[in-house]
Write a protein that binds this ligand. Structure first.
Ligand SMILES: [Zn+2]
Length: 333
């Protein structure tokens, strides 16, 4: 059996090969190389992350133990006797595709491409991107914890519909209207200087409790809150000792952007809605993950590639793993 990379002209002197045969041979070899060595960069990337303890038993008593068949550093744990690599315990453990593919996926998402579009352009099985997405959300979990805005902070809620199938209806079967429980409430806060936070805030108009839960971690004590006359915000003002400037939202609507004191938060509402619309069929149960992802888009660093590098670095420092089996099969096979 000839190997898959073989061509009929291997070993044939160049002078005996026609230009057409040479081109076919080269095209075949290049396609083969691209298919079979796409993981070339993985080992370098993974080996760039040192490990200080065993990801299985947390013991610091570990030693280097050569490399695996893909050139990835192997470690041995002298406490539990098991081996591991830098990928163990991260989302790259047990990966079937190169890290660079996942990176490309992240860049596309950060550039507003929809998941279905990505599946089509990468010619992958349609089940792959949701699984990758779940891994991405796992990596992003907690990424907004450090976002605490200060100075003059604008806050406002925006609303996004639940899918028709999940909507609550009136007794006559018609959909409930207005800011009912059929709208997901999203709390948005920004300092107007490039830093913003996005949190799920239940359904319909927020209660004081929900507003507190969504905003209080993202506004520094003593800041000045710029907002509309939404009653639930008062709890936040009281709790964090904020100075409060309230505006009448009906009046703001008639102002041009540059005179609107809530223009920054309004603009984020608009961008967020376009982003969510680009992923229309998204599972509303994943709203938190989508908002974490949007926070990466809206906050520094700028540029999809810089953002992807930040996410990739976080993935190596984030201990969570999500295996294909766990995501789709509930561990059955
Ligand atoms: Zn161990």
């Amino acid at each position: 059996m000839p190997s898959a990379s073989a061509t009929p002209w291997d070993g044939v002197p160049e002078s005996d090969v026609t230009p057409a045969q040479a081109l076919v041979a080269r095209a075949h070899r290049e396609a083969y190389a691209a298919r079979h060595a796409p993981t070339a960069g993985d080992a370098e990337f993974l080996n760039g992350y040192e490990r200080a303890s065993c990801p299985r038993c947390a013991s610091p008593d570990i030693v280097r133990d050569g490399f695996d068949s893909r050139g990835v550093r192997r470690w041995a744990c002298r406490s539990c006797g098991r081996t591991f690599t830098p990928a163990t315990g991260t989302i790259f453990e047990g990966r079937k595709v190169p890290v660079s593919d996942w990176c490309e996926f992240v860049i596309q998402l950060l550039s507003f491409d929809s998941v279905r579009e990505i599946a089509r352009s990468n010619r992958r099985s349609p089940t792959t991107p949701p699984w990758w997405l779940a891994k991405l959300f796992l990596v992003l979990d907690g990424i907004q914890d450090g976002t605490v805005l200060s100075g003059r902070v604008q806050i406002d809620e925006t609303y996004y519909p639940v899918p028709a199938a999940e909507a609550e209806r009136n007794a006559d079967g018609s959909l409930k209207r207005g800011l009912s429980r059929n709208k997901l409430c999203i709390a948005v806060a920004t300092d107007g200087r490039g830093r913003s936070a996005f949190e799920p805030c239940g359904r319909g108009k927020p209660s004081a409790r929900r507003a507190l839960a969504a905003y209080s971690g993202h506004v520094a004590r003593g800041s000045t809150l710029l907002h509309d006359k939404e009653k639930s915000h008062r709890a936040l003002v009281r709790e964090l000792g904020l100075a409060s400037v309230e505006y009448d939202s009906r009046r703001l609507k008639s102002l041009p952007d540059r005179e609107n004191p809530l223009a920054d938060v309004n603009r984020l509402h608009f961008l967020l809605k376009s982003f969510l619309d680009a992923h229309k069929g998204f599972d509303r149960a994943d709203l938190k993950g989508w908002l974490d992802l949007f926070s990466v888009i809206a906050n520094p660093p700028s540029g999809a590639m810089e953002k992807a590098a930040m996410v990739l670095g976080r993935a190596m420092e984030c201990p969570g793993t999500l295996r294909y089996r766990d995501f789709y099969g509930g561990g059955r096979s």
